[in-house]
Ligand binder design. Sequence first.
Ligand SMILES: Cc1cc2nc3c(=O)[nH]c(=O)nc-3n(C[C@H](O)[C@H](O)[C@H](O)COP(=O)(O)OP(=O)(O)OC[C@H]3O[C@@H](n4cnc5c(N)ncnc54)[C@H](O)[C@@H]3O)c2cc1C
Length: 324
Amino acid sequence: MILCIVEHDNGRLEDQSAEALTMARGMAGAAGVPLHAVIFGPGGDAVAAAIGEYGVSVLHLADSDALASYAPVAWARGVIAVVEAAPAEAVVASGTDRGNEVMATVGALAGLPMVANCIDVQPGDPYRLSRLRWAGSVVEDAELDSDGPRLFSVAPGSVVPAKADSAVTVETQPVPLSLSDADLAVRVLEHMVPEHDGASLVDSRVVVGGGRGVGSAEGFAVLDELAGLLGGAVGVSRAVTSLGWRPHRDQIGQTGVRIAPDLYIACGISGAIQHMVGCKSARRILAINSDADAPIMSKADYAVAGDLHVVLPALVDELRRITA
Ligand SMILES: Cc1cc2nc3c(=O)[nH]c(=O)nc-3n(C[C@H](O)[C@H](O)[C@H](O)COP(=O)(O)OP(=O)(O)OC[C@H]3O[C@@H](n4cnc5c(N)ncnc54)[C@H](O)[C@@H]3O)c2cc1C
């Protein structure tokens, strides 16, 4: 069988788990084996019907209260318990921080090979796969020669979630799991909802980005104003967070947030690869930069060569005029 680690939010299947299930179902079909899922924590049975629509025939449920909060080693022990009881060709998880952490822990504890950030996996002998490297700027084709369960995480956004042609009735089985204190030593103790005023960077249809070229923390006032007029959010480059002008939660890029707005207005940002991986899903990019040869100018759909402190106030004035 192929085993997929599934996560849910109060009974709602997480989008990235739907991506992982879609890839795992394709693998199970190609290998001619059934698709199973494992869910940790109380309430996992609430998604049984939802995962049946993705072709899961057996749900391995580890629903003890001890697993009410995320604990990577305990989850890894649970995955190992499942694949020892029901031999698996492969285990698939979403390529979230959590999915990758659990898979890496399974690999370390059980001595199994793990491949992260996969965009395509073809079962066979050997398994053939394509995965994202270098923050998504390179696709690597590779082979995985292994007899034991192979561990894969799915690059977020690389698979379009698709339900099976017909739903499957899901049989639920408990995971035989006894956990030690050490297995639960690392666990989530508290969930804190981040405070933010204004629109969310991840969900906004318009994002106004500011880089070192903004010049100062105070210089962001005009970007805030533009974002407010457009109902959008302000994001920044790492140079800006390193300078302490804005908090890290506003950073776009490889080590920040990935955005996918309809329009990204990048102001005073050079367009380093580590920044671009965070905004490459934007439908349109407008770059405003005083250097016409800055890398972002050739990557953008629209480019304005000019001083942002001249261009942005003019843009704000014009928007105010037409929306008055
Ligand atoms: C491992 C690693 C991870 C990283 N992760 C990230 C990440 O997640 N996100 C990220 O952004 N970076 C990241 N970086 C840093 C990245 O490589 C760049 O250094 C950074 O993105 C540069 O920020 P910037 O474009 O604001 O600054 P700069 O590269 O200094 O560019 C400033 C730009 O502003 C322009 N400018 C100056 N004045 C004006 C003006 N008045 N009007 C208009 N334009 C003006 C300049 O022409 C220039 O193009 C990472 C680097 C590493 C090594």
